[in-house]
Design a protein around this ligand. Structure first.
Ligand code: AN7
Length: 352
């Protein structure tokens, strides 16, 4: 059976204007993967799942929101789209613009965008411009130009992005039969955590599906929502969330608080350790996408969160292939052996 595009499947729940003209790459419907070994390591008697949103068409969760923002923009006659991006939004905007036949312009922080993301934006035909500044400055610039020229802004300041992104909450509830007890996820510009909270609340109002507590996790070197003030020069190995002034920061803090959860920070080492740990269970995500679970591990081991008997979902926002250099830069070269059977057998079984 042919599956419906995300926005058609959730047509009744997603608020888009009449003029919307669907642009889809069959995003969403991503798997909820059980992580039984990691759960046993982290705590006692709880269920843990990864919502692997890195399995979207361009390799990140951004596609859920981009289908909505680009469909709306196309329907109102936009000819060009623009966004600032740490990489994933750029690749996603480029793909959906290509699909719609629109021009895409993306503004990125120089030298800080992972290889797979930049290559994606280029492959889909976007015009890529980099600035000697952070994501936050790039966002300021694209907001200004979109106000002065007929170029549609597709960052998550565009509320249709959140309309699309909230569908992940619907999918999680439908698969589990109710909302999880905790949802942990990385926080950068804070659109995603805001969208999840919208989605969980909306579904709960309609179907009494319950509400999760939200654990938002920032990188320690880019943790404005933990510090309580913006960060001028954010720095983290998790370049996706290298953001010092989140556009949806206030809403994210409100969402976390209202849910009975919180926003915390993890070090780069904790994030990278969790990236390796997840890969050891067959789920390879980019560094930022391990932040939610790194935060969960920290909260459980510190005694701040008791998960006994609970169901926890960690949102894994981007695929490991987005940032291959994180692995390959520190990777030993593969061992060379002679091209014959005995070399292989000797190597594997340590025969002399
Ligand atoms: C893999 O692409 O901001 O808190 O410009 O790529 O909604 O910003 C990416 C963010 C988490 C944080 N995980 O989500 C961009 C960008 C991954 C990401 C986030 C991002 P928000």
């Amino acid at each position: 059976m042919v599956k419906l595009p995300l926005l058609q499947r959730y047509r009744a729940l997603v608020d888009l204007p009449e003029h919307t003209k669907l642009v889809s790459l069959h995003e969403g419907d991503t798997p909820l993967i059980p992580l039984p070994r990691l759960a046993t390591e982290l705590g006692d008697g709880f269920e843990l799942f990864a919502k692997f949103d890195g399995l979207n068409p361009t390799g990140s969760f951004k596609d859920r929101g981009m289908t909505a923002a680009v469909s709306e923009a196309l329907g109102r006659g936009a000819k060009a789209l623009i966004c600032a991006s740490t990489g994933n939004t750029a690749a996603s905007a480029a793909a959906y613009a290509a699909r719609a036949g629109l021009r895409a312009i993306v503004l990125i922080p120089e030298g800080k965008v992972a290889t797979g993301k930049l290559a994606g934006a280029v492959a889909y035909g976007a015009q890529v411009l980099q600035i000697a500044g952070s994501f936050d400055k790039a966002l300021e610039l694209v907001v200004e130009i979109s106000e002065r020229h007929p170029i549609a802004l597709v960052n998550s300041l565009n509320s249709y992005r959140l309309e699309g992104q909230k569908t992940s909450a619907f999918e999680i509830i439908e698969e589990l039969g109710r909302a999880p007890d905790w949802l942990c996820l990385p926080v950068g510009n804070a659109g995603n955590i805001t969208a999840y909270w919208m989605g969980f609340r909306q579904y709960h109002q309609l179907h009494s599906s319950g509400l999760p507590r939200l654990l938002g996790v920032q990188a320690a070197g880019a943790a404005p929502l933990v510090l309580g003030h913006s960060v001028e020069q954010p720095e983290t190995v998790a370049t996706a969330i290298r953001i010092g002034k989140p556009a949806r920061g206030e809403q994210a803090l409100e969402a976390a608080q209202e849910s009975g959860g919180r926003i915390i920070a993890c070090s780069d080492d904790e994030i990278l350790a969790m990236q390796r740990r997840l890969a050891a269970e067959g789920v390879w995500v980019e560094p930022a996408s391990a932040a939610g679970l790194a935060g969960l591990a920290k909260e459980i081991s510190g005694g701040d969160v008791d998960v006994k008997g609970m169901t926890v979902v960690a949102v894994c926002t981007g695929h490991g292939l987005k940032d291959p250099n994180i692995i390959s830069d520190s990777m030993p070269s593969p061992i060379k052996i002679e091209a014959n059977y005995s070399s292989l057998e000797n190597r594997l079984f340590d025969y002399k």
